[in-house]
Ligand binder design. Structure first.
Ligand code: ZN
Length: 409
């Protein structure tokens, strides 16, 4: 542990009660994608209370804070929305209570990923008190609709609101390790067409479901042949939903649509994955299409994007990976494991689409995300806040490398 690390941890301990209160308040306000407004107001209130230089909602509804005005621009991002809770009876504690018990906080979002929003804010506060570096601009973003369309919020922030960071730190759970990538993904449909007739004379029609049957078995077999990568894991394909149109339960259906979840590993692109679907042995005259995302945000902004999310990896020796790892080491007195997520994150936009170096660091266990057992340890909230406060200084040591190669300016 370095002297700075020790001081940061001591400072973070003095804010433990406030960090807990902020996190529990956020958990207590339900905020599924596109319905984040009330929780966003709560975050804005906290950002303003902490005395950051600028606090605002962008047009999409992301909450943004700025601290400092230096040439090295760092964005720390945590998404504010959560998935639903499913069967409430399956939860040990009320998902919206933010139950504090045995040194843990429980509830929907207690891992994915409200702790990062709380800890990043208090990390910035601690750094302000220690003396904020003149050469840094730190942006905090609490972003919307990530669970619906990962990355769209950051794409909006960076491309439409003009915030161009040199580096991005994501608050998806890493259990205080440093993550540097994940598989990409896409959502597609396959539609078969038939000819509807009375089911009593079914041989006179063409059954769209029967045309789909061979395609489904092709997909199951394709999954076994997909590319493998030692770091990110294997590409996968899964049929996830099917629907059909039919005039009645006593008729032959005239169309069927199959939904596909495709995870893309190293070397797999949306083009190669779509070509694989078009080349399935039973595809015949079926139509293959990429799904489109098209919604209105809680602030009334229309959001549209194809449902394709690129694979990304940042090299392990990249100064961003090294700088964040040094910050972890300074506070925890042990180097973090450098790894990757199983799921997808906002990094599909910052790194995957825009090439801005991106890593993840946050408290919480990745495997608890979206489960009824979401909890985070209070000790880890304190430690993560201390690490976030040290990251800007560690990145300044790599300033030339980061500002030369980044997209900022
Ligand atoms: Zn998340």
């Amino acid at each position: 542990m370095t002297e700075v690390g020790r001081a940061a941890l001591e400072a973070a301990r003095t804010y433990e009660t406030e960090i807990i209160r902020f996190l529990r308040d956020m958990i207590a306000i339900p905020a599924e994608s596109l319905k984040e407004g009330e929780r966003c107001e709560r975050v804005r209130q906290e950002y303003e209370r902490l005395g950051f230089d600028e606090v605002f909602f962008d047009r999409l509804g992301n909450v943004v804070a700025r601290v400092g005005d230096g040439p090295l621009k760092i964005l720390m991002d945590g998404h504010i929305d959560c998935v639903g809770v499913g069967d409430r009876a399956a939860w040990r504690h009320d998902p919206f209570e933010g139950k504090l018990e045995g040194g843990k906080i429980w509830g929907r979002g207690a891992v994915d990923e409200l702790p990062a929003i709380a800890c990043m804010a208090y990390g910035a506060k601690i750094l302000l008190e220690r003396g904020f570096p003149a050469d840094v601009t730190l942006y905090l973003s609490a972003t919307v609709m990530e669970e619906d369309c990962d990355g769209y919020c950051l794409l909006h922030l960076i491309e439409k609101e003009g915030i161009r960071p040199h580096v991005v730190i994501l608050g998806e759970p890493t259990d205080l390790d440093v993550y540097r990538g994940h598989r990409g993904r896409m959502e597609a449909t396959i539609t078969t067409r038939g000819v509807s007739v009375h089911a009593a004379q079914c041989e006179r029609g063409v059954n769209a479901l029967y045309k789909m049957a061979g395609i489904i078995s092709d997909i199951e077999q394709l999954n076994d042949r997909l590319a493998q990568d030692d770091f990110l894991g294997k590409g996968t394909i899964a049929a996830s939903f099917i629907e059909c149109t039919s005039p009645s339960l006593n008729a032959v259906p005239d169309s069927a649509t199959l939904y596909i979840d495709r995870r893309l590993t190293v070397g797999e692109t949306v083009e190669t994955a779509m070509d694989q679907l078009r080349a399935l042995p039973h595809i015949g005259d079926a139509e293959v299409a990429l799904l489109q995302y098209d919604v209105t945000s809680w602030r009334g902004e229309r959001a549209q994007q194809e449902k394709f999310y690129p694979t990304w990896i940042l090299a392990p020796d990249h100064p961003l990976v090294q700088g964040v790892a040094q910050a972890v080491d300074a506070v925890l007195d042990a180097p973090p494991t450098i790894s990757r997520w199983a799921f997808s994150t906002n990094g599909v936009a910052s790194m995957g689409r825009l090439g801005i170096p991106t890593v993840g660091f946050a408290p919480g266990l990745e495997e608890l995300a979206h489960s009824t057992e979401e909890w985070v340890a209070v000790d880890d909230l304190v430690r993560a806040s201390a690490v976030y406060s040290v990251i800007p200084e560690r990145l300044l040591a790599h300033r030339d490398a980061l500002t030369d190669t980044g997209e900022g300016g």
